[in-house]
Ligand binder design. Structure first.
Ligand SMILES: Cc1cc2nc3c(=O)[nH]c(=O)nc-3n(C[C@H](O)[C@H](O)[C@H](O)COP(=O)(O)O)c2cc1C
Length: 194
């Protein structure tokens, strides 16, 4: 199913084509090289001082035991559909700058940009990413031994969208929901806050 953004003015096609599906092909395995391309895209995100505060943890469905452990950290609602994706990525940000160990107040901003690069790279490779805030942070921290100086920002799954012909009635209704956004004129001011 394609759900290209309905834009008020033209935008880059990959941005317009990206959306967050919940129906994935449960049998799809992502090639290792494609996974590397996702992280390569993240690697080239901009960051304050070029500090690259992001750190990702990859879980691959090919490793069934680890995959199940990671899935169990998600909310039940997310587990129900995320289980059909191919990989799960935990997105972490270093709270301190690498170069001087001082607090990095831009770490989240930078890591979000890197996360979006992954989503857009996935779209460009005919894959789909779906980010999630619905997960148990402490469970993931313990599972993957994530150090305390890293914040755990999000989880995301990446996989192949399930072919439209294979969607159940419930899936079709959910996936078919219209994507909406605030109006363009409402998201920026000129010169001063209005
Ligand atoms: C940080 C973050 C957390 C999110 N958490 C969830 C989540 O827990 N479960 C879910 O189904 N979708 C989640 N989403 C997906 C959003 O609902 C989705 O991006 C939004 O509705 C816009 O839809 P689109 O990505 O298809 O344009 C999350 C997205 C982001 C960026």
């Amino acid at each position: 199913m394609k759900k290209k953004a309905t834009t008020e003015v033209p935008i880059n096609d990959v941005i317009a084509q990206r959306w967050s599906p919940r129906a994935f092909d449960p049998n799809y395995i992502i090639e290792d090289d494609s996974i590397k391309s996702l992280f390569e895209a993240a690697r080239w995100a901009p960051s304050c001082y070029g500090d690259q505060p992001w750190q990702f943890i990859l879980f691959n469905k090919k490793d069934a035991t680890s995959w199940t452990r990671a899935l169990n950290c998600l909310s039940i609602g997310n587990q129900n559909w995320a289980m059909d994706a191919s990989i799960l990525i935990v997105v972490c940000a270093n709270k301190n700058f690498n170069h001087n160990n001082e607090p990095n107040q831009w770490a989240h901003y930078d890591t979000g940009a890197a996360g979006e690069n992954i989503c857009l790279q996935a779209t460009s490779m005919d894959l789909s990413a779906h980010q999630m805030g619905g997960f148990d942070k402490e469970k993931i921290r313990n599972l993957s031994n994530i150090p305390i100086n890293f914040d755990i920002l999000a989880c995301m799954v990446v996989g192949k969208k399930l072919d439209e012909s294979k969607l159940s009635k419930i899936q079709k209704d959910k996936e078919g929901q219209v994507r909406s956004r605030k109006k363009l004129k409402d998201i920026y001011f000129i010169n001063e806050w209005k």
